[in-house]
Design a protein around this ligand. Sequence first.
Ligand code: AOF
Ligand code: ZN
Length: 385
Amino acid sequence: MAVTPEDRRYMAAALRLSRWNTGLTATNPSVAALVVSDGAIVGQAVTAPGGRPHAETQALAIAGDRARGATLYVTLEPCSHHGRTPPCANAIVAAGVARVVVSLTDPDPRVSGRGLAILREAGITVESGVMEEEGRRALSAYLMRQTRGRPHVTLKLAVSADGMIGRQGHAPGEGQLAITGPAARAQSHVLRAESDAILVGIGTALADDPDLTCRLPGLEHRSPLRIVLDRHLALPVTSKLVRTAHAVPVLIAALPSPPREEGARRADEGATPAEHTARHQALTAAGVEILAPESLPMLLAALAARGISSLLVEGGATVAKSFLEAGLVDRILLFTGATTVGEGGIDSPLRHPDIGAESSTATAPAGFRLLRTATFGPDRLAEYE
Ligand code: AOF
Ligand code: ZN
């Protein structure tokens, strides 16, 4: 039996469902499974927060006897290994499922085709590669960490109508310059909720004194690990980040040749080795973790090693440029606000595309293609990959 339009509709539903726990299941991917019997969904589930139980066993438990002869839709190849839970492939066979439709095969070396083989050997009809491109996007973080040993990196920029991402001389503690409105801001908080970690440069940390938490009602518990690129340990212990470090972890990455930002130079003026040590002690005592990776790729490798699969880079311009120049950006989300910054604006490394015009792809950042555009109130979004 071939893949039908109905199969694609159910897989699309499963992919939407998988997003439910994205950012909550590290180091496991958030996978979704649907059990369909006689044209009705009789069981559906997504990988539980923390990564276990897996999606399939939960969906089969809900379906109960109705799983016999049913079709199972699952966004990732069912596992075949005895990990912390028994193999999902065996549970599917035991439940008497007749047909399994899969989007992606699992690159995990413990699985990698073995899951599908177990199903086929048991006489189950298996279709794989259904909505593969969408599946790849839904599981991009997991795939990146599994295959490349680094997190999937999303660069998010909010650019004013005149192409600026902030204002020079924006006084420390003055608060954030509002470039986009509430709808776009809510969208960026969803992004935070879906990410394992969020990263900014010390310049942004000093100028904006940001929280970097997810503050959407009901999603507050989904705040990611907060990372600041801060060679000189200039992050003040009085900053919101440090003051909340016990509730939502903060990590300072003191790279040897980091992006140099105005604020960092100012704050570091005259720092002696003794002062550096004092800062290190004060920050550590406040619950901040300090790493000194040798390079950006090594920082990313260290993050992946501790189970971080998705990283959201939120600026400023210097940090954005260094990630772009190092070829470490996988996705760009460019929000363009309706407001202008004017005098003293800090140029954005990327400009908004001419949305709606034929030339959209022509203005895409080098190496990227425009995937979609959307509007949030007065603000526009362009997504590139
Ligand atoms: C599935 N269904 O919902 C997920 C899967 O540490 P363990 O034992 O939980 O295994 C982790 C691996 O399980 C992970 O690397 C990936 O291969 C798979 N994730 N598999 O059948 C699921 N989340
Ligand atoms: Zn499994």
